[in-house]
Design a protein around this ligand. Structure first.
Ligand SMILES: C[S@@+](CC[C@H](N)C(=O)[O-])C[C@H]1O[C@@H](n2cnc3c(N)ncnc32)[C@H](O)[C@@H]1O
Length: 242
């Protein structure tokens, strides 16, 4: 028997019902350490941009992303940062860039907050929720680079429509990206990469690189380490918004 939760399929494309959105991943996991609870209560609020959630911005008014950081530096986006190792690494490596990370899994958010304290990075904002809620309210062409590292694989064919590399996610992402912006995808699931290579161009992206060699500034993530331990092979694609 499947150990996946029995959740009904999406009855119609989300674009047809923008007020209604399914999220199939996990929002909370096992018990957190007391230190992680402290990070959440002390640090998260000041790192969280306003006007992203439906409760905070029911009219879905477009936000001013520069006001999040108080400067005009380029803004990058990481979707599903997991434990935050790549996100913090990129913030430390590129101090002249601001990065917004999205992650609905609160235990991952708590792990990120610990890493932010350790690294002392300040060019970071955290949306502890679905990236689609952020993309709704970002101005067109406001993001200079986007990362999708080891997205949820949804291995069963009938669940492939839940993957991030579907038009429901890629079209809003393309809208938020600047002309010439890079969109990086890393995965260890061959059918995921096949779907990304097929769907991203339909959403307006062009493929600029695809190989088993990671980017020069890559840091291996927790899910990549798990994939390597379990004998799977990382695969990396770079798209560009023309
Ligand atoms: C397999 S994990 C990979 C985490 C991390 N990027 C890594 O490589 O270790 C995928 C993550 O994407 C998050 N995720 C799934 N759908 C998302 C969405 N719509 N917006 C933001 N994050 C999402 C999940 O909660 C999960 O933590």
């Amino acid at each position: 028997m499947s150990d996946e939760p029995q959740i009904p399929e999406t009855p119609e494309p989300e674009a047809a019902r923008p007020e209604w959105r399914n999220f199939y991943g996990r929002r909370a996991g096992k018990t957190m350490r007391p230190s992680q609870k402290t990070y959440l209560s002390e640090d998260l609020d000041s790192l969280t941009p306003r006007g992203i959630t439906r409760e905070d911005n029911p009219e879905r008014e477009i936000i001013d992303p520069a006001s999040i950081f108080g400067n005009d530096n380029p803004i990058w986006l990481e979707v599903g940062f997991g434990g935050g190792e790549h996100l913090v690494h990129m913030c430390a490596r590129y101090p002249q860039v601001n990065i917004i990370g999205c992650e609905p899994f609160i235990n991952g958010v708590a792990m990120l907050l610990g890493k932010i304290r350790e690294a002392g990075v300040t060019n970071i904002a955290v949306h502890p929720g679905d990236a689609r809620d952020l993309m709704d309210v970002l101005p067109e062409g406001s993001i200079a680079k986007a990362f999708l590292n080891y997205p949820d694989p949804w291995p069963k064919r009938r669940h492939h429509r839940r993957r991030f590399v579907t038009q429901d996610h890629l079209v809003p992402l393309a809208r938020c990206l600047q002309q010439g912006a890079e969109f990086r995808v890393a995965t260890d699931i061959p059918s995921y990469m096949t779907q990304a290579l097929r769907e991203a161009p339909k959403a307006g992206f062009e493929l600029t690189a695809h190989s088993g060699t990671a980017w020069d500034d890559w840091i291996s993530t927790r899910y990549e380490q798990k994939a390597l331990r379990e004998g799977r092979t990382p695969d990396y694609a770079t798209f560009r918004k023309p």
